[in-house]
Design a protein around this ligand. Structure first.
Ligand SMILES: Cc1ncc(COP(=O)(O)O)c(C=O)c1O
Length: 462
């Protein structure tokens, strides 16, 4: 039996898949402060032209430039593993597969887009990128990409992760980047938050405001901003994961997959694995596709679909998405990369269309599952990834109860070797499950009541 299904270098996908071309209902446009759709030109101060074109593209397939492929080939194609030991331990008839994105140099799926974004910026003469990071995975991925491609990089790291994860900061510095805790005193957005709440643990929304401000206020015009999730072009670059996985499942002799699972913070690794399978679903396949989020930051399951800002202080356009409100500061759970208030518009529209079925789970179940996984398959996964592992285990147990030979695929989005403090807290009995603060949600949504409302378009073509 094939335990690790590999593709050779020649089999790497040469095009990304763009779900925008196939969604039964079109994405609604981002809106400016006046409520009118923003034009691609308005994005020029922060993104290079090539990425803006991808952001609005309706082409189903977009070529991956050779230069990007050459860098991706240093760790891609990533292996697809059959989780045989896990299956045996669960005594399940299900066949469980996972796509191992943890083998990239920074340890997650994030460099798939970091390399592409750094490449397009460099090609258009940009000298420096700014960004935010939650768990530190994205910041280290962009630092890595910038160092290979020859750009400077500055990362605003959410305060709580900056304190919990000093090694991520050292990684970024090793790749030549500058990393500061957010909120910082370096930007107007950061100073305003610190004045009101000097002890804040920070949030991705605040860090995004700081990174965008730092890019647009650079008078030289040589600095642009880079985002690690949420936007269409980021999700596009991640589809290489699912495109590889499809070829690998075929090699493993699987005729169909029943369940596809990914954890979802801003939606990029989930989208990367699942969008090529959503394409199959749109074309008639029966697949359960499950994005998994933390109970304490339940963007997809409790946040309504509406227009909201991507950041805390209004530096970004209004995006049509599931959101908890841009002022939402989630409880300090260890899965820092899943603490974002919004969800990618493409993922959100897929929820509205009924193509995918989100699930929220508590962190104790996630850590318990991650430890079970480490004890069977050997890999210590990132706290974010543990959400996907937990649901894969739930689904395998369900298959046993139902006596069904299901094929389950999940994304192992990253390793947790620099996130061991979360494991330590769990094993020491110091972690708790947080209930979602409903009153806070109501308060945050109240602040959005005058924003334009997106249409709820469900064509029912699935
Ligand atoms: C390992 C890992 N998985 C998942 C995520 C969540 O992000 P996204 O939903 O964009 O994949 C992160 C974010 O930092 C991460 O580091």
């Amino acid at each position: 039996m094939n335990m690790r299904i590999q593709l050779n270098e020649k089999e790497i996908p040469r095009q990304w898949y763009n779900l925008s071309a196939d969604l039964p209902s079109p994405l609604q446009p981002p809106l400016g402060p006046d409520g009118n759709p923003i034009s691609p030109d308005m994005l020029k101060p922060i993104f290079p032209n090539a990425l803006i074109e991808q952001e609005v593209s309706q082409d189903r397939w977009i070529d991956i430039p050779e230069e990007i492929l050459n860098i991706l080939l240093t760790w891609r194609p990533t292996p697809l593993h059959r989780a045989k030991a896990l299956e045996e331990a669960l005594d399940t008839p299900a066949r469980i597969y996972y796509k191992n994105e943890s083998i990239s140099p920074p340890g997650s799926h994030k460099p798939n887009t970091a390399v592409a974004q750094a490449y397009y910026n460099k090609k258009e003469g940009v000298k420096r990128l700014t960004t935010e990071t939650g768990a530190g995975q994205w910041g280290s991925a962009l630092s890595f990409a910038c160092s290979l491609i020859g750009l400077q990089c500055k990362v605003f790291m959410v305060r709580i992760s900056f304190d919990q994860k000093p090694y991520r900061k050292i990684m970024m510095q090793t790749w030549g980047a500058e990393c500061v805790p957010s909120p910082s005193n370096e930007t107007k957005a950061g100073r305003e938050v610190l004045e009101k709440n000097p002890d804040t643990s920070g949030s991705l929304g605040i860090a995004i405001s700081e990174a965008v401000e730092a890019a647009v206020t650079d008078k030289s015009g040589q600095t642009k901003y880079s985002l690690g999730s949420v936007l269409n072009h980021v999700l596009l670059h991640q589809t290489i994961i699912g495109l590889e996985a499809k070829k690998q499942l075929e090699k493993a002799g699987e005729k169909k997959v029943d369940t596809v699972i990914g954890c979802a913070g801003g939606g990029s690794n989930f989208a990367g694995l699942s969008f090529p399978f959503i394409y199959d679903k749109i074309n008639g396949a029966q697949i359960d596709i499950i994005p998994v989020e933390p109970w304490s930051c339940p963007t997809m399951t409790k946040g309504p679909f509406l227009y909201d800002l991507g950041d805390a202080s209004g530096m970004t356009p209004l995006l049509p998405m599931h959101s908890l409100g841009h002022n939402f500061v989630p409880p300090p759970i260890h899965a820092g990369g899943l603490r974002y208030h919004g969800m990618a518009p493409l993922v959100s529209q897929s929820i509205v269309e009924g193509l995918i079925s989100p699930l929220a789970i508590h962190q104790l179940e996630c850590y318990q599952s991650a430890i079970f996984f480490a004890g069977t398959e050997g890999i210590i996964v990132a706290p974010e990834t543990s959400h996907a592992v937990a649901v894969a285990i739930r689904e395998a147990k369900k298959a046993k109860e139902e006596g069904k030979e299901k094929v389950i695929l999940f994304n192992l989005s990253g390793h947790g070797l620099l996130d061991l403090s979360g494991y330590d807290a769990y094993m020491g009995g110091k972690l708790e499950d947080y209930e979602f603060p409903t009153e806070e949600l109501e308060k945050n949504l109240e602040a959005l009541k005058d924003f334009p409302k997106p249409k709820m378009v469900k064509t029912g073509q699935n």
